[in-house]
Design a protein around this ligand. Structure first.
Ligand code: AGP
Length: 610
C-alpha cells in the first residue's frame, strides 16, 4: 500500500521524487523518506508522520544528486516511526519495499545469527541485509537479487540503490505493483502510474516475477530465472490535471462532483446514442465465451463489494444465470466450487487489491473465465483476467471511494443488459425502458450532486453523534451499507448498514434519540415496508434522516431531516442517485469533525497486502 517513487537522470532528482511521493501519499502516509546517491555515497532524509514533515529534511540531501528513490509508508510491521521509515540503508546499499515479507522472522533470526544488526522493527530490513550479505559473494547486483528472491515469501515491490552501480536503480516485482516511466534522458519507477503522470505517459508495467534495471538512458528487464525480457512501453490515457484537486478543498469532494460527467461519459462511450446498441467489444464482453457462462461469481472488497451486491439485482435477471457475490478475502480461503462454466468477475477500482487478485488467479487455475471491472489500465487484476471492462472514471485519489462506486454500478448494469440482449433474453420493450432510464440518468445525477448545500446543514446537526444506523431494502440495502462505510472510514463515527427488514431482529434495540437512523426509501417496490420501518424508529424516540423523492411529503413528514433525491425507474440505477446524498453527508460530517477526509487514519487507497 506504500507510495514508492524513483528517478535516474541528469538533473537534480530530490524535488521530482518528493513531488511524486505527494501524488502517492493517499497510498500510505504514516512516515516517509528519500535516499539519493552522490559521489558514490548514499544520503537519506526520513521522518515520521505525513509527507509534509519530510519536506523540512530535504535540505539534508545533496542538491546535485540525479539518482534516488523515495517511499511513503503504510505500516505493517513496526510503528510509524522515523527509524522504521524507508529507505532502509546499510553501508553502500539502500532499499525500499512495498508489501509484506511473510517469512521475515526466520530470515531475521538467520541474519542475527550471522552477526547482522537491525536498526528497525520492519520486515523489509531483512531483504536489505540478505542482499548486502549476498553481494559479498555474488558481485553482480542482478545475480545477487535473483538469489535473494528465492528466499523471500510474500509480496514485495522493491527499489534498490547501490554504490556498486551509482548510475542504476534496480527493481523487483512480486505481488506489489511496480511501474516504470520512460522519460527523455531520464527514467522513473513507482508503485502507481499516478506518480509519473506529470513526467511521462510512456510506462512499462512489471509482472510478478520480474527484475528491472534503470539508468538514465535505458531499461532492462529479466524474469526470476534471469532470462532477459523485451517489453514495449504502453501509453497512459490519464492527464496530470485529472489527478489534481482542481480547486476543490478535497479530492473526495472533487470526485463526488465528477460523477455526472463520469456517468454521462460512460453511457456515451458504451451505448450508441442513435441505435441504443451496446459496444460489447469496448466492454470486453466479446473476449468472453458466453456459451461457458452458466453461473457468475463476483469477488470484491469494500465499496466494490457493495457495487457487486447491486449487480446481482440486475445481472441475474438480465443474463438468466445464478449470480453470487463473495468477499474476496473469504472466497479465496474456502476452496469454493468452481468449474469451467463459472465466470468469476473481479470488481476493483485500483486493480491491485491483493485478496481480489488472489481470487482471480485461483479461478483461472480452476479453468474459469475471469473478467475484471476496473478503473486502472494495465493494473495487476486486468492483466490477470480473461477480459476487462475499464470504467474510465479517471483517477480516484480520495481514499473513500465515490465516483468509482457509481461507475461500477453503471458498468454492472450495462454488462447485464449487453449480455442479456446478446442472449435474446430481454424484450424490445424492456430494452427501450432501460435505454430511457440510462438517458435520464446523467441529468438526474447532476441534480443529486447539486443538492449538496442542504446536506451540509444536516451534517452540522449530527456530526457529534457517536453511532449511526443506515437502512434500506432491495438495492437500497447496499446503499445503506455503502453510506455506513463512507461515514465510518472518513469521520471515524461507528456506523452500520442494515436491511430494513432486519431492524426488528436486533438492531432496533439500539434505537433511541442519540442514534440517528438514515433511511433510504426511493419510490420502489420496497417503499411501503420502508415507511413502516421509519414508523417503528419514531415510535422509539428514534431520529430519522430520510433520503427519498423530492415530492414525497408522506416520508418527509416522518423524518427529523429529509434529503430529497432524484428518481429513475430502474431500482439498480436508482442506487447511483441515492448514494450521492450519503457521500455528501459523510463528507460534511468528517469536515465538521476535522478528520483528514482524503487520507483517513489507518487507511490506504489500495490494499495491496493481505
Ligand atoms: C472504499 O471507500 C474503501 N476505500 C475500500 O473499501 C475499497 O473499496 C476497497 O479497498 C476495494 O478497493 P478496490 O476497489 O481498489 O479493489
Amino acid at each position: 500500500m506504500c507510495g514508492v517513487v524513483g528517478v535516474v537522470g541528469s538533473r537534480p532528482c530530490v524535488e521530482t521524487i518528493f513531488e511524486g511521493l505527494k501524488r502517492l501519499e493517499y497510498r500510505g502516509y504514516d512516515s516517509a523518506g528519500i535516499a539519493t546517491m552522490s559521489a558514490g555515497k548514499i544520503h537519506t532524509a526520513k521522518s515520521d508522520g505525513k509527507l509534509v514533515r519530510l519536506e523540512g529534511h530535504l535540505k539534508e540531501l545533496p542538491a546535485s544528486s540525479s539518482i534516488g528513490m523515495g517511499h511513503t509508508r503504510w505500516a505493517t510491521h513496526g510503528a510509524p516511526t522515523t527509524q522504521n521509515a524507508h529507505p532502509h540503508v546499510t553501508g553502500d546499499l539502500a532499499l525500499i519495499h512495498n508489501g509484506i515479507i511473510e517469512n521475515y522472522r526466520e530470515l531475521k533470526a538467520e541474519l542475527l545469527k550471522d552477526g547482522y544488526s537491525f536498526k528497525s522493527e520492519t520486515d523489509s530490513e531483512v531483504v536489505l541485509h540478505l542482499l548486502s550479505r549476498e553481494l559479498k559473494t555474488t558481485p553482480k547486483m542482478k545475480d545477487a537479487l535473483l538469489k535473494v528472491i528465492t528466499r523471500l515469501e510474500g509480496a514485495y515491490g522493491l527499489g534498490i540503490l547501490w554504490a556498486g552501480e551509482p548510475e542504476a536503480l534496480y527493481l523487483v516485482k512480486q505481488g506489489s505493483p511496480v511501474v516504470i516511466g520512460v522519460g527523455e534522458n531520464e527514467n522513473y519507477f513507482a508503485s502507481d502510474a499516478l506518480a509519473l503522470l506529470p513526467l511521462t505517459k510512456s510506462v512499462i508495467f512489471l509482472n510478478d516475477g520480474e527484475v528491472g534495471r534503470l539508468t538514465k538512458s535505458g531499461v532492462e528487464l529479466w524474469d526470476f530465472s534471469g532470462k532477459q525480457l523485451k517489453r514495449a512501453p504502453s501509453v497512459l490515457n490519464w492527464t496530470a490535471a485529472s489527478a489534481e484537486k482542481q480547486g476543490y478543498r478535497h479530492y473526495m469532494l472533487k470526485e463526488i462532483h465528477e460523477q455526472p460527467a463520469v456517468i454521462a461519459n460512460t453511457i456515451a462511450r458504451l451505448v450508441d446514442s442513435a441505435s441504443g446498441k451496446i459496444d460489447t467489444k469496448e466492454m470486453g464482453i466479446d473476449d468472453l465465451d458466453l456459451t461457458r457462462v452458466k453461473s457468475i461469481v463476483y469477488v470484491a472488497c469494500g465499496t466494490a463489494y457493495y457495487s457487486a451486491m447491486i449487480a446481482k439485482y440486475s445481472v441475474e435477471q438480465m443474463v438468466g444465470v445464478p449470480v453470487s457475490v463473495e468477499l474476496a478475502s473469504e472466497f479465496r480461503y474456502r476452496d469454493p466450487y468452481l468449474d469451467k462454466d463459472t465466470l468469476v468477475i473481479a470488481v476493483t477500482q485500483s486493480g491491485e487489491t491483493a485478496d481480489t487478485l488472489a481470487c482471480i488467479k485461483h479461478a483461472a487455475s480452476r479453468g474459469c473465465q475471469t473478467f475484471a471491472v476496473c478503473n486502472v489500465r494495465f493494473s495487476s487484476i486486468p492483466r490477470s483476467s480473461t477480459a476487462t471492462l475499464y470504467m474510465e472514471a479517471g483517477p480516484e485519489v480520495g481514499v473513500a471511494s465515490t465516483k468509482a462506486f457509481t461507475s461500477m454500478v453503471l458498468c454492472h448494469y450495462l454488462f447485464g443488459l449487453a449480455i442479456g440482449q446478446k442472449k435474446d433474453r430481454i424484450s424490445k420493450e424492456s430494452y427501450q425502458q432501460a435505454l430511457e432510464s440510462l438517458r435520464q440518468l446523467p441529468s438526474a445525477v447532476d441534480r443529486a450532486v447539486n443538492a449538496a448545500g442542504l446536506i451540509e446543514d444536516v451534517a452540522a446537526k449530527y456530526y457529534e453523534a457517536t453511532n449511526f444506523i443506515f437502512i434500506g431494502r432491495g438495492p437500497s440495502f447496499m446503499v445503506a451499507l455503502e453510506g455506513a462505510l463512507k461515514l465510518k472510514e472518513i469521520s471515524y463515527i461507528h456506523a452500520e448498514g442494515y436491511a430494513g427488514g432486519e431492524l426488528k431482529h436486533g438492531p432496533i434495540a439500539l434505537i433511541d434519540k442519540h442514534m440517528p437512523v438514515v433511511a433510504v426509501a426511493p419510490l420502489d417496490g420496497h417503499y411501503e415496508k420502508m415507511i413502516s420501518n421509519v414508523e417503528e424508529v419514531r415510535a422509539r424516540e428514534g431520529v430519522c434522516i430520510g433520503v427519498g423523492d423530492l415530492q414525497d411529503d408522506k416520508f418527509k413528514a416522518l423524518c427529523q431531516d429529509y434529503i430529497p433525491c432524484p428518481q429513475v425507474k430502474d431500482a439498480a440505477l436508482q442506487t447511483i442517485l441515492s448514494v450521492i446524498p450519503l457521500q455528501f453527508l459523510s463528507y460534511y460530517v468528517a469536515v465538521k469533525r476535522g478528520t483528514d477526509v482524503d487520507q483517513p487514519r489507518n487507511l490506504a487507497k489500495s490494499v495491496t497486502v493481505e
